[in-house]
Design a protein around this ligand. Structure first.
Ligand SMILES: [Mg+2]
Length: 402
């Protein structure tokens, strides 16, 4: 029997449905083996304890199809399973041009949103080839494998749906590169951690309001990042350096941060952070979390006091993208195989430069510009965008506790 099947070759589709238990698959193929058929395709899923097993096999030789049908039905009946056998020809039609993975994160995932997403895929000319669940906790994550439409128009159509419905939909093109992603670079403030580090320092210096005012002014576009950084750091002048340890202790990791990093490290990824904040905090995070790279601005400290200045080149919007490129070069990873995660406008260049840019609980302007957006407050959901399932994450944790 040749490996590829011509479309006119008669085939039998055997579908088994019922309560799952060990031995069903073995039993079916044992039954079919008596007729010396070849297996063309097998798909099996188990949902809430019920199995759907589909086997596509060649027609049995010598006109024994009737006997095969009777034998399969009686085997199925003996196990209280339903069997359906459909005659036809050939295999699946070849999948259309253009392949994408559509990951949907719902909290909860409603039937209405599922209907809208599927209808949008159909409207763009796409076909859903497979659907499977990546996670049921802390969010429901499902992946649709779609063919027949290019990734860009599919992403554009689904972005509108995502925005209107408040459900996260990430569209990435399928192919080997998705498995080859090897470097993840994250922003720190409001991405890896829940806090803005400058605000933690400001609280100790009693200048929270002034700092907030400068931040707001920068957001209105009246100051660029570098000007606003200098203005805010100047307000910290005279602060005792013992505050650095206090701030380090106050930093709260984003839920899922440890899971994300631990899992990426197990998969052989290199992981880094870039921050418009301060090395006094990012260096500590690097050690605590086992990161490969960390870069940020450095607060100048002289005679045990903050001087209100930063040392060296400022890490700003362009600087973050530059650092992503530098980390990628040092890690020996092509830029196309990098993932960047961030929430702010000064992450945009980095998100655009990376192979996959993920806007994490970002402002609308960032969300619109990024390849993908995650709006649930769990950093480990980024793993689902890479096609990693919750089960795989948990199995690795059981095998090697953190
Ligand atoms: Mg940020």
């Amino acid at each position: 029997m040749s490996a590829s099947l011509t479309p006119d070759v008669p085939t039998l589709l055997v579908k088994i449905f019922g309560k799952d238990r060990p031995g069903i698959t073995a039993g079916l193929f044992d039954t079919l083996a008596a007729f010396a058929v070849d297996v063309v395709d097998i798909e099996q899923v188990v949902t809430r304890g019920r199995i759907v097993l589909c086997a596509l096999v060649t027609e049995p030789a010598g006109g024994t199809e009737g006997e095969l049908r009777a034998t399969v039905h009686s085997w199925a009946e003996s196990l209280k399973l339903q069997a359906e056998i459909i005659s036809g020809t050939g295999d699946n039609r070849p999948r259309g041009h253009g392949r994408s993975h559509v990951t949907v994160l719902g909290n909860p995932l409603t039937a209405e949103n599922s209907a809208a997403i599927a209808a949008t895929i159909t409207r763009t000319g796409g076909n859903i080839d497979r659907i499977f669940r990546l996670a049921k906790y802390p969010v429901t994550a499902v992946e649709f494998a779609v063919s027949g439409v290019e990734t860009e128009p599919l992403r554009t159509a689904l972005a509108t749906e995502s925005h209107e419905r408040g459900v996260d939909i990430a569209v990435v093109s399928a192919g080997l590169h998705r498995r080859a992603q090897r470097l993840v670079v994250m922003d720190v403030d409001s991405t890896l951690i829940q806090d803005e580090v400058i605000e933690l320092f400001a609280a100790h210096a009693g200048c929270e309001e002034q700092v907030a005012e400068i931040t707001a002014s920068a957001m209105r576009g009246e100051l660029d990042f570098e000007q606003s950084l200098h203005a805010r750091v100047a307000l910290l002048e005279g602060l005792d350096e013992s505050v650095v340890d206090k701030v380090r202790a106050e930093v709260r990791l984003t839920p899922g941060a440890r899971t994300l990093i631990r899992t990426l490290k197990r998969l052989g990824y290199q992981v880094g952070v870039v921050s418009g904040g301060f090395t006094q905090v990012t260096d500590d995070l690097k050690v605590r979390l086992g990161l490969d790279f960390a870069s940020a601005n450095t607060l100048e400290i002289v005679d045990g006091k903050l001087t209100g200045r930063v040392i060296g080149e400022v890490v700003d919007r362009a600087g973050k993208a530059r650092l992503l490129r530098r980390f990628a070069a040092e890690a020996g990873v092509p830029l196309a195989q990098t993932v960047a995660i961030g929430d702010g406008a000064n992450d945009l260049d980095m998100l655009n430069a990376a192979g996959l840019g993920v806007a994490f609980n970002a402002k609308p302007v960032v969300r619109r510009a990024a390849d993908t957006a995650v709006n649930v407050p769990f950093l480990d959901t980024v793993l689902y965008l890479l096609g990693i399932t919750r089960e795989e994450v948990e199995a690795a944790d059981v095998a090697e506790p953190a």
